[in-house]
Design a protein around this ligand. Structure first.
Ligand code: PLP
Length: 334
């Protein structure tokens, strides 16, 4: 069985506009010199303003429906893109959605608590519950699941970022999609660069590469300034998704490349290079990045190109994972 047939065995609920476009970044390349640059537009997955979580949710919601779930419960920060896409996915599937949020970032702009993703969560009909200050998020989740069970709901919990083995299938599928796209335009991709947080995107993508024995290198930019945590997430999802795909694990570890040093001052807080990268892509390419993930990953790519990491004849694809809805709560940084 080939890997794309393998993926068809899993329960799947279509949510995304696929394939997402693969576009050249000609003006950025002119500016920077160095390798040929492309962008895979996973910000254009199409569900309620798009983003990378939609691919994972196709499999996570598929699994929930197969298990006759009535309510999904998931978690995240105030401006989580994952919870916004989960709320939209639940709406599309006719499921109830409870979101357990807490504020680990403490961003001072009042819009942070009312606009962007936070506004959309409520618009999409989710039941939003906030942790009290000092309350442990996991306790609130456990209490919520118990409460739903008592009410006769059949609830399932989707972890942070949708990053488990099943969610990873969405990015294994993305890897196959990108390989197909490249083949049909006779493009030989050498490197993929993406933002990594809860690890499901990179982990799933790497599992997809591994399943087909691809030579593409995938570099994950840590956006959390806590490299062991992010790397462990990536390893966990990569391993889990490979197990689902029944590919061996041999050599998988060598496929996991992380890049540190671009996350300061911490999760959810952009630095001056993040802001510069966002401005550059806006002004050269008309592309909107975000201050939490894709802006940091792009700042890393720009810096690595300037430092000569890639050769001129190499082809580098940046995966735009989305996140623009949160941008409006960071306007003071611009
Ligand atoms: C969640 C997210 C990421 C990181 O993806 P993980 O699978 O959590 O590593 C990157 N970019 C955006 C915009 C996100 O919302």
């Amino acid at each position: 069985m080939n890997p794309s047939q393998m993926l068809e065995q899993f329960a799947h609920f279509p949510l995304a506009h696929l394939p997402t476009p693969l576009e050249p970044l000609n003006r950025l390349r002119q500016e920077l010199g160095g390798p040929k640059l492309f962008i895979k537009r996973d910000d254009c997955t199409g569900l309620a303003m798009g983003g990378n979580k939609t691919r994972k949710l196709e499999f996570l919601i598929g699994e929930a429906l197969a298990n006759n779930i009535t309510t999904i419960v998931t978690e995240g920060g105030v401006q989580s893109n994952h919870v916004r896409q989960s709320a939209a996915a639940a709406a599309r599937a006719g499921l109830d959605c409870v979101l357990v949020l807490d504020d680990t970032v403490g961003w001072p702009d009042p819009a942070y608590h009312s606009s962007g993703n936070r506004f959309l969560d409520s618009l999409l009909g989710a039941d939003v519950r906030f942790c009290e200050s000092g309350e442990v998020r996991q306790q609130r989740i456990d209490a919520t699941l118990a409460e739903l069970q008592q009410q006769g709901q059949k609830a399932c919990f989707i972890p942070t970022g949708g990053s488990n083995a099943v969610g990873g299938l969405g990015y294994a599928k993305c890897a196959l999609e990108l390989i197909d796209q490249a083949a049909s335009s006779s493009l030989s991709i050498d490197h993929v660069v993406l933002a990594s947080g809860s690890g499901g995107t990179q982990g799933g993508f790497v599992a997809g590469l591994h399943a087909v024995g691809s030579g593409i290198r995938c570099l994950g930019v840590d956006i959390d300034k806590d490299i062991p945590y992010v790397k462990q997430n990536v390893e966990r999802v990569a391993g889990g998704t490979c197990e689902l795909l029944k590919t061996g694990l041999q050599g998988l570890e060598d496929r996991i490349d992380m890049l540190d040093g671009y996350a300061a001052p911490g999760y959810g807080r952009p630095n001056p290079d993040t802001i510069q990268a966002i401005k550059l892509l806006a002004r050269l390419e008309g592309i909107i990045l975000d201050p939490v993930y894709s802006g940091k990953a792009m700042a890393a790519l720009i810096d690595q190109i300037r430092n000569g990491r890639y050769r001129e004849e190499e082809n580098v694809v940046f995966i735009h994972t989305g996140g623009a809805p949160a941008l409006f709560t960071y306007m003071s940084e611009f």
